[in-house]
Design a binder for this molecule. Structure first.
Ligand SMILES: Nc1ncnc2c1ncn2[C@@H]1O[C@H](COP(=O)(O)OP(=O)(O)OP(=O)(O)O)[C@@H](O)[C@H]1O
Length: 584
């Protein structure tokens, strides 16, 4: 079995058919048009013979001329129409594969994405799907029309002389054996060429995602080398595939020459013995000549299929990554909805089976309403608490509840609809400021947007920007400052009217005025919503209703700033060093 067959258990052509099936009517129409176009071409010599006959016998040639003109026009028109229908169908197959893949990638589990290179996944959607285009038209149609013509020609040959057909088939079978050895090599080389395109996509994504750091580190030559190496590897493998494809094509050509010579020799001997007459031999040789085109079509279809098969294998690999079940979007909490309570009971968690545990039995309870700060040394597992609440990952053991109900029992979309999440690096997506604010609640009205813009102190920024809320913020929000990005992320989360707000405070500082303003905003929000914050600032922890101190994957103390400073040495140390530095 080849790479495409092994893991899914079903051959690649079946997978191809699942993409092609919705367009089978159009594909058959295109193939039928191609056959009819071919037939009109074959009729031309007959009409031409008629015309010459008419001239020779002094008959009017108008009819034959009209018929010839009609055939020429029909041939061109049907050919163009057939070509268009086939190409359009192939594009629809590509579209179908791209839709399936992009929907699937959106549903991928975060843990699955952790183990992949986004650039490689992108290459699968953009580059691999493109290869399905040729495989649809060249392989399926080529195999269909070429196969039919081949069969018809073989039947005719059998009728003319079965012995010579046997001779021809023996030669063709020999060539088939050679092709059988070449074809897997085309598949392997194509797969490696596409893998190299994926590696290049991953390297590009890595470099463009950190372009400033690459430039500042003077790392351009090394990054350039990595990119060039991936491009060269793809070139090497594509050239290897081209070499084997050329060998396959020429093997078919050579086989036909050998068949021609063998038929001539064997046929000549048969004519000499009187087994067949010379007319039969000439007719048979003509058929051998006619056999050339369909055989080359079929060989081209098989070689083209190998490239498509390699692409299909890569697409299927992506579709086998673990994904969340498809879900319909859930409504956001109604205005004034009750805040949520959260509890962890003896939660043990690791990011992958081959990685160490991060949470070693985390237990805490957060009642509805109010603000709870999570503090602890870097790497203690605070952000991981948020990832588990959002169900980006599932715990290995123990239980996490929201409103007293296990997260496993929640519909994923409803769970996430109840939560607003501000990540530590506050991602801002390319697009306008408004797009970014409305990301989590596209239905929010102008008044709601204006209100969050005001509470997060984005109003002065919006006034300054040339197009206000419609100003484009650049790839990953590069046109905004770090503090502005954080405020955009908070505004976006607030616009969802969350029943639970998860705020992973940025370690970088906001300026004093904005920090105070945001502190007031969060304090306001905490009056009506449950707020969990991974705190890096003293100002945040001092206003928290409770503080959960985490260390090395465990909760070591829970209390208020005042009690913890007195009772927990680690907290006292953190408060004296880290927080004081940040909160000064
Ligand atoms: N996606 C991931 N895959 C594997 N390990 C991870 C992943 N995310 C985090 N970790 C590891 O889990 C541990 C806890 O990370 P976490 O982000 O929860 O810490 P934290 O307490 O929030 O730290 P900080 O205060 O520095 O943000 C770290 O050792 C980190 O290396």
């Amino acid at each position: 079995m080849s790479a495409a067959d092994t893991e899914t258990g079903q051959p690649a052509w079946r997978l191809l058919l699942t993409y092609v099936r919705p367009h089978r009517a159009a594909l058959f129409a295109g193939a039928a048009l191609s056959l009819v176009t071919g037939a009109t071409g074959l009729m031309l010599p007959l009409v031409a013979r008629e015309l010459i006959d008419d001239l020779a016998h002094d008959r009017a040639i108008t009819g034959a001329l009209l018929a010839m003109s009609g055939l020429v026009v029909a041939n061109a028109a049907l050919g163009a129409l057939g070509g268009y229908v086939l190409r359009r169908t192939a594009e629809s197959v590509v579209l179908g594969a791209r839709r399936t893949l992009s929907s699937y990638l959106l549903r991928l589990r975060v843990a699955a994405v952790d183990r992949t290179e986004p650039g490689d996944l992108m290459a699968r959607i953009t580059s691999d799907t493109t290869l399905l285009r040729e495989v649809t038209t060249d392989s399926l149609v080529g195999l269909g029309t070429g196969g039919l013509t081949l069969l018809a020609t073989l039947v005719m040959m059998g009728l003319v002389d079965p012995v010579l057909l046997g001779v021809t088939l023996a030669v063709v079978a020999g060539a088939g054996t050679v092709l059988g050895m070449i074809v897997p090599r085309i598949n392997r080389a194509s797969q490696q060429a596409q893998d190299a395109v994926g590696v290049m996509g991953a390297a590009l994504e890595r470099m463009l995602g950190a372009l400033r750091t690459v430039k500042a580190s003077g790392a351009e030559p090394r990054e350039e080398r990595t990119l060039h190496e991936a491009a060269e590897e793809s070139w090497r493998q594509s050239v290897r595939a081209a070499k084997w494809s050329a060998a396959a094509g020429n093997t078919a050509g050579l086989a036909m020459q050998v068949a021609f010579i063998t038929v001539l020799a064997v046929g000549g001997a048969r004519v000499a013995t009187g087994a067949i007459d010379i007319g039969t031999l000439v007719a048979f040789l003509l058929f051998v000549f006619y056999l050339m085109a369909p055989i080359q079509n079929v060989v081209a279809a098989v070689t083209q299929y190998q490239t498509g098969k390699a692409a299909l294998a890569r697409i299927q690999d992506a579709l086998r990554l673990p994904a969340e079940p498809p879900a319909r979007p859930a409504p956001l909490p109604a205005p004034g909805a009750e805040p949520a309570s959260v509890a962890f009971r003896d939660v043990r968690f690791r990011y992958a089976d081959d990685l160490p545990y991060i949470h070693h039995g985390v237990t805490f309870e957060v009642p509805a309403r109010g603000m709870t700060a999570f503090v602890g040394p870097s790497g203690a597992g605070k952000t991981t608490v948020f990832s588990l609440v959002e169900r980006f990952y599932d715990p290995g053991s123990g239980e996490i509840t929201l409103d007293g109900r296990s997260l496993a029992d929640w519909d994923l979309a409803s769970l996430r609809a109840a939560i607003g999440y501000v990540e530590q690096d506050a991602p801002v997506l390319s697009g306008s400021l408004r797009d970014n604010l409305l990301l989590g609640n596209p239905g929010a009205d102008e008044a709601a947007v204006a209100a969050v813009v005001k509470t997060t102190r984005l109003d002065s920024l919006v006034e300054r920007l040339p197009d206000g809320l419609d100003t484009l913020v650049g790839h990953r929000g590069t046109k905004l400052s770090g503090g502005e990005r954080q405020r955009v992320a908070i505004a976006r989360a607030l616009l969802r009217r969350p029943r639970l707000l998860l705020l992973d405070e940025a370690t970088s500082q906001l300026d004093a005025v904005n920090e105070a303003a945001l502190r007031d905003t969060v304090a306001d929000v905490a009056r009506t919503t449950t707020v969990l914050v991974v705190a890096h600032r003293l100002s945040t922890v001092t206003m928290a209703d409770r503080i959960v101190v985490m260390d090395a994957g465990r909760v070591r103390a829970v209390g208020t700033h005042r009690t913890l400073v007195a009772e927990d040495p680690l907290y006292a140390e953190l408060a004296a060093t880290q927080f004081l530095a940040a909160g000064a």
